[in-house]
Design a protein around this ligand. Structure first.
Ligand SMILES: Cc1cc2nc3c(=O)[nH]c(=O)nc-3n(C[C@H](O)[C@H](O)[C@H](O)COP(=O)(O)O)c2cc1C
Length: 276
């Protein structure tokens, strides 16, 4: 197992940064950081899909939330603080939040699941899976996303957590094309008494679930991650159209095989004493 980044140049700089961490750390040049965090050409060719990446300047506020003093101390130790601090300062300088573009909206519309992190009163983070029909998590406008929250095991941990702290983090992963989108936001729970029309708009009548509430998130910031270390996975629905022609071909070959066996049996009579 290697202990650095995949890129050997980056690895060399990080190793030297590590070695000199007690003194002034070596700075990792921006070009090497770009290379380490960029989507590889190979994965883009594999999927044929344009992959919005970390270095595209679409989101500006992620760093101002995520790069806390403790995080910046570690970045300093590894020499990446210069690069990331510029992003953080840029985000802080621009008031407001990150508006979703069509890239994020289209991406979310294709997802059938995501992971939601909330924070309980004890300070513990809590992560839960949320799943549904593709597009159940959707952009309502440039700054808001939402979904229909289904009845589950009646623990109501996420919902309860949101009453004390509305800060959430989401990650939505596309395992087929190896993409991931992370979102920070403020959540609010909408009950059927609050807004029956909203719950009805979010509910999918063809999906077998009880909608207990809707959750709306005001997006503060988002960030795209690269495909590194995501194993390609296909759902049954992803595979079905690809497997259908193979199933048909297999069925045709089996039918042909039966016919050929019958023809062969007619041409070659069974040996004396043997039943066919
Ligand atoms: C009958 C039933 C049993 C479930 N049991 C569990 C369970 O034991 N653990 C779990 O994490 N989720 C379980 N789930 C899924 C959760 O209820 C579901 O993911 C829900 O959204 C959890 O929300 P929460 O973690 O915010 O309370 C179950 C769902 C159903 C319908």
């Amino acid at each position: 197992m290697r202990t650095g980044r995949a890129d050997s140049d980056v690895e060399a700089v990080l190793t030297s940064a590590d070695a000199s961490s007690l003194n002034e750390p070596a700075k990792v040049p921006d070009a090497l950081i770009f290379r380490a965090i960029s989507c590889s050409d190979e994965s883009q060719t594999d999927t044929g899909i344009r992959q919005p990446c970390f270095h595209e300047p679409v989101s500006t506020h992620y760093g101002s939330i995520a790069f806390t003093d403790a995080v910046r101390d570690v970045q300093h130790r590894y020499g990446s603080d210069g690069f990331y601090d510029r992003k953080r300062v840029q985000g802080t300088a621009v008031p407001g939040t990150d508006a979703l573009t069509d890239d994020e909206k289209d991406y979310l519309a294709e997802r059938d699941s995501f992971y939601l992190a909330s924070v309980g009163e004890t300070g513990w983070p809590y992560v839960q899976f949320r799943g549904g029909p593709a597009g159940f998590l959707r952009a309502v406008d440039d700054n808001t996303i939402g979904w229909a929250d289904f009845r589950g095991n009646l623990q109501y941990i996420s919902t309860g957590n949101l009453t004390g702290n509305d800060r959430v983090a989401l990650i939505a992963v596309d395992y087929v094309h190896r993409r991931r989108l992370k979102i920070f936001g403020h959540a609010r729970v909408i009950t059927v008494e609050d807004d029956p029309a909203l719950l009805e708009a979010f509910a999918d009548p063809d999906y077998d679930a009880v909608v207990e509430r809707a959750v709306l998130i005001t997006v503060e910031a988002y960030d795209w991650n690269c495909p590194q270390h995501i194993t390609t996975r296909f759902s049954a629905a992803d595979l079905e159209p690809r497997l259908a022609p193979l199933h048909e071909e297999l069925a045709a070959l089996r039918r042909e095989n039966v016919q050929l066996a019958e023809q062969l049996a007619r041409l070659v009579p069974p040996e004396n004493g043997q039943s066919s």
